[in-house]
Design a binder for this molecule. Sequence first.
Ligand code: NAD
Length: 247
Amino acid sequence: MTLPNELVRALQQSRSVVVLTGAGISAESGVPTFRDAQTGLWAQFKPEDLATPEAFRRNPKVVWEWYAWRRQLVAQVEPNAGHRALVELERRVPQFTLITQNVDGLHQRAGSRSVIELHGNLTRTKCFEEGAAVDHWEETGEVPPRCPRCGGRLRPDVVWFNEMLPPGVFECALAASRSCDVFLSIGTSALVHPAASLPLDALKRGATLVEINPDDTPLTAHVHFRLRGPAGVILPALLRALGPASG
Ligand code: NAD
């Protein structure tokens, strides 16, 4: 595939790159995006019925089981060529920050180091009442299991709709976005706030804005370069276009 020369040059000369990823980058690993995840057993539920504190209060068993299903699915898949290309990009850019909305941990499994997880990670568990991280608990058959400290229900350590992001996390993402010279938005529908504002903040500060997605999003109209297609194809091509790593 042919990539715009100006984009390749901007990346080669860049001192600081920020990447924002969404569910689309994991699609080629076999992790469904939110829209695709509503299949089979779970087709009857909307994300708002499964990923909100209200949903958990109403039906904690259903929510726990949905995340248990996703946790099991993620454990069975592997990072793909898109995740791996971002590991390589991190090695080649002086300053690199990967901001992800994904909760699947695939970037870290691929080898990315500097990862800001905006929405938590579904492999971790915390107490619904106190919010404290919980690593071990007794399996009594009750679903969800209980917090060994306070007896509250356990929940996945992810950020649900209508919840605040973990303290400090968005501030770090915003600071990186405001100081980068190239910003890549990859595999995100650019609809979930506050993550969706980050590319526009980067743009306001003069960054070159790039989108990699097979479909248009609300961000598309604002970007300098729109690379239409799957991340697992476009990112390796972009890395090849950068040429051999120096040093
Ligand atoms: P989204 O499901 O709203 O959008 C996915 C985007 O990826 C779409 O724009 C789609 O066109 C694009 N896409 C699909 N296949 C692609 C590919 N091969 N390469 C590049 N792009 C591709 O996802 P979102 O924007 O991340 O927002 C939804 C929320 O759902 C997030 O908060 C996230 O935490 C959560 N979520 C996470 C996972 C995960 O961890 N893997 C999966 C589903 C949902």
